[in-house]
Design a protein around this ligand. Structure first.
Ligand code: 5GP
Length: 300
């Protein structure tokens, strides 16, 4: 539907490699035909996968995206696709990787994404450096230091730190005393103290966390939260992994609208309120607010 695409949107939760589209994936597979047997790179609509299977998909994508050239291509394509979907502000997150065979370093990984900002598309892109919890506290600390260097280099593209990675693998890492949140606290504290904004994945699995252990109920007032934003908890619609889950942000808004019977006016309010929850500096937020007001006159 045209309205959902035209609606200016803010995307705050998008993992780069999970956002790679089917088309880009085809190009990558052509480049690396020896990986052709691993064709499961997306979960098509109607299909469901257990969480650990989703993470298998990421492993395949990581094999396909393993050089500076690949990163550049996928990041440009993903940004372009979000822009074409009406996203005006995008926070991309990605785990810097090093690949000896291709000479990719973590530094170059971040640098390459940073270079992707393209003047000709109407989208503001910021980057969150991701820590994969499975890699333990030392890697986490190194990643924080790297992110801090980029934060200080002050073009404002790197704004924060993400903590992600397969939570179902956590029990193994717990035995090794690495991946559990407690052991990552000092890295997260350092990140916070140096001015990186934090976006953490928490409570994705039943196995750990007090909410699950003590059976604390989560109170969900969906309609109230969406319609009565002032009283409800802040709520931002996001895609997570648009490539892997075969969706886009317009579709997520459409889904919310049809599920809760939201009007175009409410949807507009929902997307506009997301501006306040970005990690962008104040002047950027003001610029986005202005854009929303101008576009509203044209579209609504
Ligand atoms: P990348 O960081 O390589 O750009 O994107 C893929 C990675 O994002 C995955 O390997 C995983 O670490 C993280 N990721 C993507 N979706 C999810 C999710 O739903 N939960 C968690 N915990 N991590 C995720």
């Amino acid at each position: 539907d045209l309205f959902y695409r035209q609606l200016p949107k803010v995307e705050l939760h998008a993992h780069l490699n999970g956002s790679v589209s089917f088309e880009t994936m085809e190009t990558l597979i052509k480049r690396k035909p020896h990986l052709i047997e691993h064709r499961m790179t997306a979960i098509l609509s109607g299909q469901r996968r257990a969480l650990h299977e989703c993470f298998q998909v990421f492993k395949v994508i990581h094999q396909l995206v393993d050089s500076e050239e690949d990163i550049l291509m996928v990041a440009k394509a993903v940004i372009q696709e979000f822009a074409a979907d009406g996203v005006k502000y995008l926070e991309l997150r990605s785990t810097p990787r090093e690949v000896t065979e291709t000479g990719l370093t973590k530094q170059r990984y971040i640098e390459t994404i940073r270079q992707c900002k393209r003047e000709e598309v109407d989208i503001d892109v910021r980057f969150l450096v991701a820590v994969d919890r499975r890699h333990g506290p030392e890697v986490a600390m190194d990643t924080v230091k790297l992110a801090e260097d980029f934060l200080l280099s002050s073009d404002g593209i790197v704004v924060g730190l993400d903590l992600s990675g397969d939570p179902t693998e956590i029990s193994i890492s717990l035995i090794l005393q690495v991946g559990h949140g407690k052991y990552l606290l000092s890295a997260l504290e350092k990140a916070k103290n140096c001015g990186l904004k934090l976006a953490l994945h928490l409570s994705e699995v039943r196995a750990h966390g007090n909410v699950c252990k003590q059976n604390i109920p989560i109170e969900m007032c969906l309609t109230s939260n969406v319609k009565g934003q002032t009283r409800g908890h802040p709520c931002v619609l996001c895609t997570d992994d648009k490539g892997v889950f075969c969706t886009d942000l317009s579709q997520e808004y459409q889904l919310a609208a049809s599920t809760f019977g939201l009007t175009q006016e409410t949807l507009w309010m929902l997307s506009q309120q997301s501006i306040g929850y970005t990690f962008a500096p104040e002047p950027i937020k003001q610029r986005l607010e202005k854009k929303w007001v101008e576009l509203k006159q044209q579209i609504l």
